[in-house]
Design a protein around this ligand. Structure first.
Ligand code: PHE
Ligand code: ZN
Length: 877
């Protein structure tokens, strides 16, 4: 059992620092084996600070070489220091300069927090608490200072020297060394600090802002990869233009730099003027990146850029407010993608992601409020709840306020809080103040964990021409939060008449109804619509207007009617999903579908495929059969993923078996010789064609067509789609195809190797664990690179439910063994992989016990990081 003392940090204990750092002067002397970091911090006490209050700076694994105040070295008795803090016993009661020096060993930093080396390049990651691994500091987001940074290094090892802000000076430093001085005049918290030093290639461009300022743009990367950065640059320029158009936000520095690095724990980081990216979210070329990769790059480039206003100019007071910048910025990047691509398709993708990741988190042992009120390890709160549910909350706010009032509120937010470190309360207050709307109850969305369950019942009274709609909401207890209160739930809706067109009503009572929106505020409501001429079919939660799970017992006929007639594309898609889910869930339960039901669904699917008005990307989604994890989530208890998986396979065969010929014809018709372009139209066509391929193979069981597509593919999207189909079903061609992919495409490109690793982890046969063990045991396997590790083990946990949850426990033990091993080197990767166990409480008893035993064994490990111990503790609580 671990010994490190566990301490919990509470939101209610927040107190401002008694000292403030106004300016920072950092000096990095970079050598191959050591980096010397000297810091000069201009510090002053706050007005209310009583004389004699000690100054306590954060550190993490530091060793202090020297300390001075205003140039005079400090006496032993004047300070105390250890690896994790530096205390100045009695600081001057006026502004003073604290000078420290520490020696760092970036090459030994496998945690990838603070200053580390990736592929020889020196780079930093400071959010949330990495800066304290670089120098002693008030490492908290409400401590804003201006930074001046001097970097000195060997001119050959590190011709490129970058930091935040603008370059003010550079030159020769003698001895083959050179230096650069960067200054960032925007006060910022330390988590937004960054520096990069190394031998890098680059591409450059420029963007002229609406007010006519020219901004120099550059993307830095390892030599030889420059041509793969064009898409990222294009995405950046479009993001800059979009933020001006949509939110009136211009960029505020003369330079915007992006650096791609190979070793990075997350996706990317929004450091002021110097974004650092995981290279998988920068590099794209048709031969090695898929359409999904292109879309992901576009989205994350936008996301990090948008942080410049929502995160950097206005930052978080403390880490409990993380959702303030992340939820809002995800909302902004989702809107960007919707405007750049197809809005309905974008919405469906986002909801699929929410359901397959956030819903399970929200109903499992790791459930937490979007704004939590305590944590043990903040790194474990960069979750889908904070990000994606956070974005849904902002979306609901926009829905409730309407577009104009929402934009007005956002303008007011930028005006009122620019330059501040603030809170969720302050964010909500700008909307309340600018619109006059009371948002007290709305705030509960931020404070309460769990996915609300909304039940719907309806009835039509022909005689009185009255339609009643009964709505109930219920949020189940979550860990540490047993009592739940009612939420404000915006339900965008419409009533559809027998001929498929919208129906009106003369009056409605029972809840607030505004145009096309019901606002549910109570635990339950009964709405009475008067003057309704015929029995309507209701379309509820259009555009998925609230992140809830809906329970409505609707007939298949009504659902298929919606699939055909709803004016809301999201609900058309949703209706087809509901039909499939209902049949599948019954079948898992032992009630096999009847042929008539299947015929109806098949017809609807073919009609969708045939439509001249729907776009290809939408059709591809409409033909999707709900995935096993979403079904498991819906079933909710005692699930057997292997059974769900095989039922789903039988279902696809039964549904599409009779029409394979039709699917093949449609597949052929979508074949194109056009040169690859990543645009939405082409990507949609490929998505539909690859969806058809999946269904054809699934329906016929013969993978010949997939093997053929694999060999003939002119781009990675088509090749990888074919490989995925063959590899995950582990058909007789799989081993050969994977080997071929490895030698021909993966050996020289780590990002393609990731694709090979993903498929290697996803095969549903019993041999998969052994094959993964062999991959990990290969001495050539880069066992410290987060992308490689996550592609293999992360994919196994999240995308191979059958083998991960094997009843004999081998899948669970494989993962806990991996976690124990990696934890010593990179706790963040270990903890993140471990979260995949969050579904264990809803497994059937045998699997549940096996999972619990593996987790309990892990808990016996001698020493676990705080990250992993925190996840494990909550998982087993
Ligand atoms: N702030 C980053 C983002 O979402 C995520 C991140 C967190 C990156 C912590 C690195 C470390 O844009
Ligand atoms: Zn972010």
């Amino acid at each position: 059992m671990r010994t490190e003392t566990e301490h919990t940090i509470f939101l209610k204990d927040y107190a401002p620092s008694p000292y403030r750092i106004v300016a920072v002067d950092l000096d990095f002397d970079i050598f191959d084996k050591v980096t010397i970091a000297r810091a000069q911090l201009s510090i002053e006490p706050e007005a209310e600070t009583p004389p004699g209050t000690p100054l306590v700076l954060d550190g993490d694994g530091l060793s202090l070489s020297s300390v001075a105040i205003d140039g005079a070295p400090l006496m032993q008795s004047a300070y105390a220091s250890d690896a994790n803090s530096l205390t100045i016993v009695e600081p001057p009661q006026r502004r003073f300069v604290l000078e420290t020096e520490v020696h760092l060993d970036p090459a030994a930093n496998t945690k990838l927090m603070g200053l580390y080396r990736s592929n020889g390049v020196w780079c930093t990651q400071c959010e949330p608490e990495g800066f304290r691994r670089i120098t002693y500091y008030l490492d908290r987001p409400d401590c804003l200072a201006v930074f001046k940074v001097t970097l000195t290094a060997d001119a050959k090892l590190a011709p490129v020297l970058l930091s935040n802000g603008n370059l003010v000076r550079a030159g020769d430093a003698g001895d083959g060394r050179h230096f650069a001085v960067w200054q960032d005049l925007h006060p910022k918290p330390a988590y937004l600090f960054a520096m990069v030093a190394g031998d890098l290639g680059s591409i450059t461009d420029s963007f002229t802002t609406a007010s006519g300022k020219k901004v120099d743009l550059a993307i830095y990367c390892e030599h030889g990869k420059e041509s793969q950065c064009d898409w990222a640059m294009d995405s950046l320029k479009r993001s800059m233009a979009w933020d001006e158009r949509r939110f009136g936000r211009e960029y505020d520095l003369d330079i915007f730099n992006i650096v791609a690095v190979s070793d990075f724990n997350f996706g990317a980081m929004e450091n002021k003027g110097l974004n650092i990216f995981n290279d998988r979210l920068v590099f794209a070329q048709p031969e090695s990146a898929t359409d999904a990769n292109y879309a992901g790059i576009e989205r994350v480039i936008a996301h990090e850029y948008f942080h410049n206003w929502t995160g950097n100019r206005i930052t978080c007071r403390d880490w409990f407010q993380l959702c303030l910048k992340e939820g809002l910025t995800v909302y902004r990047d989702q809107e960007f993608s919707s405007d750049e691509r197809s809005r309905p398709v974008q919405r469906i993708h986002n909801v699929q992601g929410l359901r397959s990741a956030q819903f399970p988190e929200d109903s499992g042992p790791l459930a937490h409020a979007p704004r939590p009120d305590h944590y043990k390890e903040i790194n474990n709160f960069y979750t889908t709840t904070v990000y994606e549910k956070g974005a849904e909350i902002v979306r609901m706010l926009a829905t409730l306020l309407g577009e104009t009032a929402f934009r007005k509120g956002m303008d007011f937010y930028f005006e009122r809080h620019d330059g501040e470190a603030t809170t969720i309360e302050a964010f909500l207050a700008v909307f309340a103040d600018s619109s006059g709307m009371d948002l007290d109850q709305f705030k509960t969305w931020y404070l309460q964990a769990g996915t609300p369950q909304v039940s719907v019942r309806d009835a039509y009274d022909a005689e009185n021409q009255t339609y009643t709609l009964e709505l109930d909401q219920l949020t189940a207890a979550t860990p540490g939060q047993l009592e739940k209160s009612a939420l404000v739930i915006p339900i965008r809706f419409g009533l559809i008449g027998p001929n498929g067109s919208p129906m009106g009503w003369s009056s409605v009572s029972g809840a607030e109804v505004r145009d096309d929106m019901i606002v549910l505020r109570e635990d339950s409501a009964v709405l009475r619509f008067e003057g309704v001429a015929n029995r309507p079919v209701p379309s509820l939660f259009r555009e998925f207007s609230a992140p809830v799970q809906v329970h409505a017992d609707r007939s298949q006929d009504d659902l298929l009617f919606l699939a055909q007639h709803d004016s809301d594309p999201f609900n058309r898609w949703e209706a087809l999903q509901d039909v499939s889910s209902a049949l599948l869930i019954d079948a898992v339960d032992g009630k096999r579908w009847d042929d008539k039901a299947l015929d109806g669904l098949r017809q609807a699917a073919l009609q969708t495929l045939d439509s001249d008005t729907l776009d290809d990307a939408f059709k591809a989604l409409a033909l999707e059969i709900p995935d096993a994890s979403v079904l498991g989530q819906k079933i909710g208890k005692d699930i057997d993923p292997a059974r769900i998986h095989s039922t789903r396979k039988d279902f696809i065969a039964a549904l599409f078996g009779p029409v394979v010929g039709t699917l093949e014809t449609a597949y052929e018709a979508l074949t194109s010789n056009k040169p690859y372009a990543p645009d939405a139209a082409q990507a949609g066509q490929r998505a539909l064609r690859n969806q058809l391929l999946k269904l054809i193979v699934g329906a016929g069981g013969d993978d010949a067509l997939a093997v053929q597509q694999y060999s003939e593919a002119g781009n990675m999207t088509d090749r990888f789609a074919a490989l995925t189909i063959v590899g995950t079903e582990w058909t007789h061609d799989a081993a050969g195809l994977l080997a071929d992919f490895h030698t021909r495409f993966a050996t020289h490109d780590p990002l393609v190797l990731d694709k090979w690793l993903m498929i290697s982890a996803r095969a549903d046969d019993d041999g998969v664990i052994e094959r993964m063990q062999a991959i990990l045991a290969d001495p050539a396997f880069p066992k410290n690179n987060p992308n490689r590790l996550r592609s293999l083990v992360g994919s196994f946990v999240l995308s191979n439910p059958v083998q991960f949850t094997r009843a004999d426990g081998a899948g669970f033990r494989f993962v806990t063994g991996f976690v124990a091993d990696v934890d010593a080197r990179n706790p963040q990767v270990a903890a993140r992989v471990l979260t995949g166990f969050r579904i264990w409480p809803i497994l059937e008893p045998k699997r549940r016990e096996a999972a619990k035993a593996a987790l309990a064994d892990l808990q016996q490990s001698a020493s676990l990081s705080r990250n992993t111990a925190d996840i494990l503790g909550r998982m087993l609580a």
